[in-house]
Design a protein around this ligand. Structure first.
Ligand code: PEP
Length: 250
């Protein structure tokens, strides 16, 4: 099976941006232009308070919505946490797990990230597990070791779980920096991740690339055999640019 048989997925990560008014315009623009994505699956991961707004604006459109984090706990005395069943209550499809900003700014370990993925799966959500090396890792030739360590507890969830999640490769040095990995650099890591997934019986799990993806560089990334779509930060805040990424032809 080649990458044309895996449905391409373009997912926005709004991070901590937005307001009711700004989101309304953005969501309306996305809903109005969703057809431009063709066969590509479209999704947006919004801040928790705006999940209801996303649900109201996107229900009945081809665009699905997700959260940027999820708790490992199902309920209880966990102030500030959001349980996966709460996300499901708002029609959520996706939960980012272990975005590099959460790993770096909130000390999330790879074990915790894998536990979040399991927690999301148990509630019927699709985890999007983010991995990626820093520039120091890359300069020290440690990319595969670092990605391998981040993946290990996720791979341990087993083939059935792996077939139901999505991996996002996001080199930290390419996130929000305007500096994209070259298609060849990205493909090399995607192939490494694909091989690890295949060894665990899940060679067809989708692997997204993230890191300064924009309409101008999307097609060359999507042309790579193991890049199944994109996780998009900054460019997902502009409806036209985000839709142009989704419409980019490999
Ligand atoms: C991200 O936040 O996942 C991301 C890839 O951001 P950006 O596209 O802005 O680099």
């Amino acid at each position: 099976m080649n990458h044309h048989t895996r449905r391409r997925l373009v997912m926005g990560n709004w991070k901590m941006h937005g307001s009711l008014a700004a989101n309304a315009a953005l969501l309306d623009g996305l809903a109005a232009g969703a057809m431009r994505a063709g066969e590509t699956q479209l999704a947006v991961c919004v801040p928790f308070p705006y999940l209801a707004q996303a649900q109201a604006a996107l229900a009945g459109t081809p665009i699905s919505w997700g959260a940027q984090d999820v708790s490992v706990h199902t309920q209880g005395a966990y102030t500030g946490e959001v349980a996966p069943a709460m996300l499901a209550d708002f029609g959520v499809t996706w939960a980012l797990c272990g975005h590099s900003e959460r790993r770096a700014l909130h000390g999330e370990s790879s074990d915790l990230v894998a536990a979040k993925a399991a927690s999301a799966l148990a509630a019927g959500l699709t985890p999007v597990v983010c991995v990626g090396e820093t520039l120091a890792d890359r300069d020290a030739d440690q990319v595969e070791r670092v990605i391998g360590e981040q993946l290990a507890p996720v791979l341990a969830l087993g083939a059935e779980a792996l077939a139901r999640l999505v991996i996002a490769y996001e080199p930290v040095w390419a996130i929000g920096t305007g500096r994209t990995a070259t298609p060849e650099q990205a493909q090399a890591v995607h192939a490494f991740i694909r091989a690890a997934l295949a060894q665990h019986g899940a060679g067809q799990t989708r692997i997204l690339y993230g890191g300064s993806v924009k309409a101008a560089n999307a097609a060359s990334l999507f042309a790579q055999p193991d890049i199944d779509g994109a996780l998009v930060g900054g460019a997902s805040l502009v409806a036209d640019e985000f839709l142009n990424i989704a419409a980019a032809v490999a």
